[in-house]
Unconditional design. Structure first.
Length: 669
């Protein structure tokens, strides 16, 4: 399954369309390039003006030892207008956050998808089964009390009613059996619920990992495709027309596997390869995350829909027809036999008022003895049991199903060592109300402070070392895709600029080596959990992405590793020395400041030094257009993190130290 189709499966009704990869990078779509070209000039006059460029330096010497230094520059400018937040790329980057954020975190639902609806369905079915199992014996007791030898309700009509009650109790039992065959039906629903939550998290993690790859942004795909071509370039210098009177009469020809940069075909091939790089990363990162996750969800849904057979309308066979002529035993003088009927009245029996066995309606006109009026069996809730009469109705409330509301699914499982504690009898997770606490002796207390009690009325105790799960996590801990909260060392503080400082006063670095930076209004809980402006814990993946974006836009905050000589490490040396001397041959691929500010991340060792840019008199591009990376505040996608030598690990700290000088990057950046 393609990534876009997976996202569309969970989009809300307001998210009417999902931008597809072809809208961003298919051949025939808008060009990523604004301009491109090749020029040769004096090295001292070299002025790229390109977002991405490749330099070639050489020296020509004339008679009398007069030498001239030259530079041939091949470069291109990107059409930044193609990468704005309202353009296909910006939409493709932002839509995973727009769709998945309300599903992965609170409220864990939108108007089309909700894990809570499964909780409500599970609760409804469990309540229904409890209702069935409690009512079956009650209805059977009613049946036992009707037409019993010592009962008040007898006769053929009573027998017919008893037959109906028996049949109804049997149907309830049949439904109860169907709910448990072959397994409790709610077990498959609970599995589907867990799988749905895990699917949302798997998609989010796939998106995060994709953004962490530098090729999630076209600027880097263009850089790589251009670099591939220029690394294999051969340069031919024709100085036959070069004279003292014509020092610019040098002709340079550059040939690459993709052709000559002076021809449009070369640039078309570079762009095609760049788009293929971008599409390949979409397939290998996003599709690879969506395929298995959706397959698992489809299997869970299929199991859930196939677990419960079709429930048909209850069919009760009619009871045997009663004998229309009674055998009244009265000896009164009246006309004691009533007409045929199915009423429960009894024929008069003369002076002694004995109970007649006839099926007559008792409407005879005889003037014999006074007949008794039979008592109606009591079915009043709470009526006393005994004497063949039914007891009280069960107290189980009628099951109610209210979808798409967290209030219908507030139970959470007990967890031990990150795994759900299972009921040894049913094999299902032991569920407790959200907010339940565990006393030192293991006794469970509900959110109202009262002890929790089992079906037997006894207090409930949690296994040693277990605790209730948090209700906000759709994939409970222990299930695939558990969301981890961002934490910092206890005692850390937030500076005016949002940078987190540890108890030792040093900048706290995240797992990717970037400084922790939080939004305005954020706080740090006593345990070290980062709380966002809304007071909710910030997920670790979100924090990592925020830190990476901030680090790329503010590289001076990054700690600069020290060399073994105790001097801050520098970037690559300039190809052209300030004194005017030169190193002949091809230089590294360069990127403009704008390219770097908009997500450009050259591969290790490629970035041209600031000194080189200054010496070459490079001018920054000033063309208009939206930045490539939409701002986080507008639900744009955050910048990913490059794990190729741009991370700062704990072991690096031991070797290099953590002194944060005002410099521009870490190793390889």
């Amino acid at each position: 399954m393609q990534w876009e189709d997976a996202l569309a499966s969970f989009a809300s009704t307001k998210q009417t369309s999902v931008t597809r990869r072809e809208d961003v990078a298919a051949d025939g779509q808008a060009s990523w390039f604004l301009s491109q070209g090749q020029n040769t000039t004096y090295a001292s006059e070299a002025n790229t003006g390109w977002d991405i460029w490749w330099p070639y330096y050489f020296t020509e010497t004339f008679p009398l030892s007069t030498s001239y230094q030259y530079a041939t520059i091949v470069g291109l400018n990107l059409d930044w207008g193609q990468f704005g937040a309202d353009q296909p790329l910006g939409q493709f980057l932002a839509q995973p956050q727009n769709i998945l954020t309300p599903l992965v975190w609170s409220p864990n639902q939108n108007d089309t998808t909700s894990v809570w609806s499964f909780d409500a369905a599970v609760t409804m079915l469990q309540d229904l089964d409890a209702w069935l199992t409690e009512w079956m014996p009650v209805i059977n007791r009613w049946a036992d009390a009707i037409n019993a030898p010592d009962g008040d309700f007898q006769g053929s009509a009573a027998a017919a009613f008893r037959y109906v009650l028996r049949g109804f109790a049997t149907e309830l039992g049949t439904l109860h059996t169907e709910l448990f065959t072959p397994d409790p039906y709610w077990a498959s629903l609970a599995t589907a619920r867990t799988t749905l939550g895990a699917t949302h998290v798997a998609l989010w993690n796939g998106y995060s990992e994709w953004r962490a790859n530098r090729r999630s942004l076209p600027i880097n795909c263009v850089n790589d495709a251009f670099n591939d071509a220029m690394n294999a370039a051969t340069v031919t210098v024709d100085a036959s027309q070069l004279t003292l009177d014509n020092p610019r009469g040098v002709k340079v020809t550059v040939d690459t596997p993709l052709g000559n940069p002076e021809n449009q075909d070369f640039w078309d091939r570079v762009q095609h390869n760049a788009k293929e790089y971008w599409l390949l990363e979409v397939r290998t990162a996003l599709d690879a995350a969506a395929g298995p996750a959706i397959k698992a969800l489809e299997d869970a849904y299929r199991n859930a829909t196939g677990a419960l057979k079709d429930v048909g309308q209850t069919q009760l066979s009619p009871p045997p027809s009663p004998d229309a002529t009674g055998d009244g035993q009265g000896d009164g003088t009246g006309d004691g036999e009533g007409g045929a009927g199915i009423g429960d009245g009894q024929a008069g029996d003369g002076a002694d008022g004995g109970a007649g066995a006839g099926a007559g309606a008792g409407a005879g006109a005889g003037a014999g003895g006074k007949g008794k009026t039979p008592a109606t069996p009591s079915i009043t809730p709470g009526s006393p049991a005994g004497g063949g009469k039914p007891g009280a109705e069960p107290k189980t409330p009628r099951p109610v199903f209210t979808p798409n509301t967290p209030s219908t699914g507030t139970d959470v499982p007990l967890l031990k060592d990150g795994k759900q504690v299972l009921d040894p009898k049913t094999g299902l997770p032991i569920m407790v109300p959200a907010g339940t606490t565990v006393a030192p002796n293991g006794e469970l207390f509900g959110p109202n402070g009262k002890p929790l009690r089992g079906k037997n009325g006894k207090p409930m105790y949690a296994p040693k070392g277990s605790e209730p799960a948090k209700p906000s996590d759709p994939a409970q801990p222990g299930a695939p895709g558990h969301v981890v909260e961002a934490t910092v060392p206890k005692g850390s503080t937030i500076g005016p600029d949002g940078v987190v400082k540890g108890p030792d006063g040093k900048t706290v670095l995240d797992a990717n080596g970037n400084p922790f930076v939080v939004a305005k209004g954020s706080k740090i809980a006593k345990a070290g959990t980062i709380l966002g402006p809304d007071g909710n814990p910030v997920p670790e993946q979100t924090q990592l992405l925020d830190d990476e974006e901030h680090a790329m836009l503010h590289p001076q905050l990054l700690p600069r590793p020290k060399t073994t000589a105790g001097v801050p490490a520098t970037l690559s040396e300039p190809r052209i020395a300030p004194a005017g001397g030169s190193l002949p041959g091809a230089g590294n691929i360069g990127m403009s400041a704008r390219a770097l500010e908009n997500g450009g991340r050259p591969v290790s060792g490629e970035l041209a030094a600031p000194e080189q840019a200054q010496t070459m008199g490079r001018q920054m591009a000033t063309t208009g257009g939206e930045p490539m990376i939409p701002p986080m505040g507008g639900m744009g996608a955050p910048t990913g993190q490059d794990r190729q030598r741009t991370t700062w690990l704990a072991e690096d700290e031991e070797v290099w130290g953590t002194e944060a000088d005002a410099v521009s990057g870490v190793i390889g950046r």
